[in-house]
Design a protein around this ligand. Sequence first.
Ligand SMILES: Nc1ncnc2c1ncn2[C@@H]1O[C@H](COP(=O)(O)OP(=O)(O)OP(=O)(O)O)[C@@H](O)[C@H]1O
Ligand code: SF4
Ligand SMILES: [Mg+2]
Length: 328
Amino acid sequence: MVVNLLEVKNLKTYFFTGKKVLPAVDSVNFTIHKGETVALVGESGCGKSITSLSIIQLVPQPGGKIVEGEIIFDGVDLTKLSEKALCQIRGKEISMIFQEPMTSLNPVLTVGEQIIEVLVYHQKMDRKAARKKAAELLELVGFPRAESVLDEYPHRLSGGMRQRVMIAMAVSCQPKLLIADEPTTALDVTIQAQILELLKDLTKKLDMSILLITHDLGVVSEMAERVIVMYAGQVVEEAPIEALLNYPLHPYTDGLIQSVPGISGHTERLASIPGNVPTPDRYPSGCRFAPRCKKAFDRCFKEAPELTDHGDQRRVRCFLYEMGDDTP
Ligand SMILES: Nc1ncnc2c1ncn2[C@@H]1O[C@H](COP(=O)(O)OP(=O)(O)OP(=O)(O)O)[C@@H](O)[C@H]1O
Ligand code: SF4
Ligand SMILES: [Mg+2]
């Protein structure tokens, strides 16, 4: 049975800087089911990180604010909770890992001390039990000699090992949802594959959902069951992974796929989408993708398309599909 774990409803997260209002996330809607891995993709600046930070109510300050919308997690609207209640949820029910683990690990504490701290705070364990559990967690994420890693400082570990430590900390309280924001981008290709394999393995072992944020569709094809494509602060397409890769509807998704070697059948990376993502103060008034779209026609420059259902768990924001035209 499909059970909703997270529902992001009409989320609007704006930045207020001086006289400017920047709609970084502009009416975003999506759902993650229990146990499911969903990828959020799009080029740099599309609003992926701000969407994920909005979910855990950590919108960057000063200036960032959720101005509208609901974040329903396990039946509770997180936008309505106090900071105290949110602290109980962050790191326990929803965990987050980032691109560069060094920024989230404390350089003056050993790996063990940091994991133990989480377990003592959230699980109310005593330090001895927490140390034992910390070693088990390090084993779970693939350290064969876990005991000795406990007493290491983060700078003594490689990038891949640090990311494993972050993952151990993130899953230490068996979160229902793990938000992974570009978790492998800073790592070399072999290590990337190992970390993705580990995450995949953990979703099964821990019955966890993942929101995987990446600009790399190659990573998505390995990991995700469903994909949400964002462009200029909005969702432009959503589909199960195979359908999306084999049969993208939105011209932007098609461009993203064309630019990934391997997936598209090309061996080299192609710069197939000309131009750049507009910043939130420069969104065009019609379809936000129109200035870069090969399929754009008159109407696209005057009106903004809505996100519409396309059957088979698919949604798309493009005028081409209003008329029943299925060829992007
Ligand atoms: N603190 C801030 N103040 C003002 N604008 C911001 C702030 N943080 C992000 N933005 C803007 O919000 C938009 C979305 O940013 P976000 O970080 O979510 O992009 P992203 O999709 O995660 O990109 P990347 O792939 O580079 O991480 C961008 O235009 C960015 O410039
Ligand atoms: S609405 Fe027009 S400009 Fe926008 S993606 Fe579709 S065809 Fe391209
Ligand atoms: Mg980001």
